[in-house]
Design a protein around this ligand. Structure first.
Ligand code: ASP
Ligand code: MG
Length: 412
């Protein structure tokens, strides 16, 4: 009999009616002849509310207690799902992460899964139960509750699908799948049928947060294909899987925007060993995440070093770098907020030429200035003014023929 893991996100279990709807779906899947393991997120907004409450009683909540608190969101939702299945005449049992055999390291709030012993799950499946597992949580060797980072129920689902050697892993959410661009922005953005793990990772990193990145990394590492699909209807979603040869036929799979970025430039700094290390060690000690880094060619012994960070970190970065810029005798520190990163992603880029030229050409013709460029094997990203990001995304989406109806001419 097929074994299927279905994960339902917070919006899919957002109220009692939706919980009953999920319960019905689980029963239907079982009646279709499958053994069913459900992984459930906390009801929409619950985790955020618990974090808010914790901050109201403590400026720095103890990590252990915070994990214990946040895990209750998923425990409650999975118990409710099991109850709803039982009320509909089915048989379901809900399990905490610990009961499901999910063992993690001791790093509270972003624990890594160390091992899964799904004995209890196998036992219950053999007894014809629908097994409902609380997502996002696990347990250390010592029996302490841990959580797997925001969005961690995705990871629970992928890891369980891998450990159970499931025939399918379906991630149910409130969108129809992964799109060629944000459909709220581009009306004719198309749902992608198949995407490679690497493309999904690049797109998640580029701002299209459909799935927790760690979950996709895990899926890639252990070759766990999964489907992202809507819990609102029955249409097929997007299948994420190992890449196959024909996937390279599509040059660009999608376009994504990262807003609220800031750009810093250390202008005319000495071109000597150790300078970049000095700048970036200061930034990393403050736990500021750096995205793009671009260093220009050295001229007369000096160079310009530019990088991007999240807008929220800009004040802190400026404060930390100002004395260093003086110490290194650079000309100045130039800080600019209100920029965005626009990326085109696709494994087909590896075997097709002219992608960069086409991308830059459509931006140039749209009058959009490129401030920084960075590339990976399967991505080209540019930094542009945030105010122009939507227009730029439309132009790129159009230029690479990603629209549902094929290329259409839009007024620029
Ligand atoms: N409830 C957790 C969060 O909001 C985990 C999840 O939903 O996947 O991040
Ligand atoms: Mg999520």
């Amino acid at each position: 009999m097929r074994l299927i893991v279905q994960k339902y996100g917070g919006t899919s279990v957002g109220d009692a009616a939706k919980i009953c709807n999920v319960a019905r779906r689980l029963l239907e899947t079982q009646r279709d002849g499958c053994r069913v393991v459900a992984v459930i997120s906390a009801m929409a907004g619950v985790t955020d509310n618990l974090i808010k409450l914790a901050r109201e009683v403590s400026p720095q909540p103890t990590p252990r207690e915070l994990d214990l608190l946040l895990a209750t969101g998923e425990s409650a939702a999975s118990a409710l799902i099991a109850m709803a299945v039982n009320a509909l005449g089915g048989r379901a049992v809900s399990l905490t992460g610990a009961e499901a055999g999910i063992l993690t390291d001791r790093v509270h709030s972003k624990a890594k899964i160390a091992n899964i012993s799904p004995r209890q799950i196998h036992y219950l499946l053999n007894e014809d139960y629908i097994v409902v597992v609380a997502g996002f949580q696990g347990q250390t060797n010592e029996g302490e509750t841990t959580t797997l980072g925001r969005g961690g129920s995705d990871l629970t689902a992928i890891a369980l699908a891998g450990a159970l050697n499931a025939d399918a892993c379906q991630i149910f959410t409130d969108v129809d799948g992964v799109f060629t661009c944000d459909p709220r922005l581009i009306g004719d953005a198309k749902k992608i049928d198949e995407i490679s793990y690497d493309e999904l990772l690049e797109m998640a990193g580029a701002g299209s947060k459909v799935m927790q990145s760690r979950a996709v990394e895990f899926a890639k590492k252990f070759s766990v294909p999964f489907e992202v699909r809507s819990s609102l209807h029955d249409a097929a979603g997007t299948l994420a899987k190992e890449e196959t040869a024909n996937m390279e036929d599509v040059v660009v799979r999608g376009v994504s925007i990262d807003r609220k970025q800031a750009k810093l430039t250390v202008d005319d700094v000495c071109d000597e060993p150790g300078i970049a290390a000095r700048i970036f060690s200061t930034i990393s000690e403050a736990n500021i995440v750096v995205d793009m880094i671009v260093q220009s060619v050295s001229e007369y012994g000096t160079t310009d070093l530019s990088f991007t960070i999240h807008e929220n970190d800009l004040d802190l970065a400026k404060k930390l770098l100002t004395p260093i810029v003086a110490e290194l005798r650079a000309a100045q520190l130039i800080a600019k907020s209100g920029v965005a990163k626009l990326s085109v992603v696709g494994i087909g880029m590896r075997s097709h030429s002219g992608v960069a030229a086409k991308f830059f050409d459509c931006l140039g013709r749209g009058g959009i200035n490129i401030q920084l460029i960075s590339t990976s094997e399967i991505k080209i990203a540019v930094v542009i003014n945030e105010a122009e990001a939507d227009q730029a995304a439309r132009l790129a989406h159009e230029a690479f023929g990603l629209a549902r109806l094929g290329p259409v001419v839009t007024a620029i």
